[in-house]
Design a protein around this ligand. Structure first.
Ligand code: ZN
Length: 338
């Protein structure tokens, strides 16, 4: 079969690799229904994260179970399943506490931009649906695998509550779905920081009440202005740079919370402003597995349509164009169909 492999900066190829097989009794093999390119894949694509050797790509996935190992009990061949980008046993103390992304047996999915994928710890990682979902729901179901679950965690970690004032730093798919999550959690005011007309429009559709186009100190000043000089109760940091983190810290009111989910790159956090801003900080790789059953239910009941973040659909073999379009910000997020 042909799969996605990155060789180096702006060098993504679709090439022959051996199809995955059951290697351990807890494994499952999934036939991918849809997969996609993640904003975090661009760190390697842009050469910011070094690629030492040709590396398969992809960590967002859903599809039909093709085969399971002898120890797998919760999923069966023929079922439609969605899994988190974090592979977890869902039984260790950290998983039971709701932090499956801190599992004692944690692994990361990394080969999902392919027609078939091997999922280790299948019982702990995969969530099956009761029946096969209709085709038009696949993009939204796919978002639960990472970007929606991550946006939800950002809002949860930032302690969003009914009536909260929320600011969202970052207008990628995670930031946009952070807006949707904050709305679902009952936020009254949601300020999205974005400079792109298309993303601003989607943020508004998802529940943003205000748009701030300024960045840095000007962005902070604008948020203060919109909140009577106080700052937001909750700030979602969905980028991962020092600039975006500082913007989040300075935009939060004393006693407010920051949920940070952008994978940090080149960030050296100065604790001094954190100290004097009196803020809570919680973040990291999202424990998507904790949220999967509820988020899948919301999608299947058609209460949310997070799949709107996909504004480019390509056959999997054109995956390189998906990376290119996202790198050039021509697309918010590229959906790939094997
Ligand atoms: Zn665990």
């Amino acid at each position: 079969m042909r799969v996605t492999v990155i060789y180096g900066p702006r060098d993504v190829r679709f090439e022959d690799r051996e199809a995955p097989r059951i290697e351990k009794p807890a494994d499952a093999i999934i036939r991918i229904s849809v997969t996609c390119v993640c904003g975090s894949d661009l760190w390697a694509y842009r050469g910011i994260q070094k690629v030492a050797q040709p590396t398969p790509m992809g960590h967002e996935y859903c599809g039909i179970v093709e085969e399971v190992g002898s120890a797998v009990k919760n999923v069966k061949p023929g079922q439609f399943v969605i899994g988190s980008f974090c592979i977890s046993d869902n039984t260790c103390p950290n998983c039971r506490a709701g932090y499956q992304s801190g599992c004692q047996n944690l692994q990361f999915m990394g080969t999902a931009q392919a027609p078939y994928v091997r999922v280790p710890l299948a019982d702990g990682t995969l969530v099956p649906t009761a029946e096969l979902p209709s085709d038009d729901l696949l993009p939204s179901l796919l978002t639960t695998s990472d970007v929606l679950g991550t946006g939800w965690f950002a809002a949860d970690a930032a302690n969003v509550k009914p009536g909260s004032t929320v600011a969202v730093v970052g207008d990628g798919a995670v930031g946009l779905l952070g807006v949707l999550s904050a709305k679902l959690m009952g936020a009254e005011r949601i300020i999205a920081m974005s400079r792109h007309a298309k993303r601003q429009q989607l943020a508004r559709e998802f529940g943003a009440t205000d748009i701030v186009t300024e960045r840095g100190d000007e962005g902070v000043a604008r948020i203060k202005e919109l909140t009577n000089g106080v700052g937001a109760d909750s700030v979602l940091e969905c980028v991962g740079t020092e600039e975006s983190m500082m913007q989040a810290i300075s935009s939060t009111r004393p006693g407010g919370s920051i949920g940070y989910v952008g994978v940090p790159h080149g960030m050296r956090l100065d604790v001094f402003p954190v100290f004097f801003h009196l803020v809570y900080l919680h973040g990291g790789p999202a424990p998507v597995r904790r949220y999967l059953p509820d988020l899948i239910k919301l999608v299947l009941e058609r209460k949310i349509n997070p799949g709107k973040v996909f504004d480019l659909v390509l056959p999997l073999e054109q995956v390189a164009e998906g990376y290119r379009a996202m790198d050039e910000r021509r697309a918010i997020k590229a959906l790939l169909r094997p």
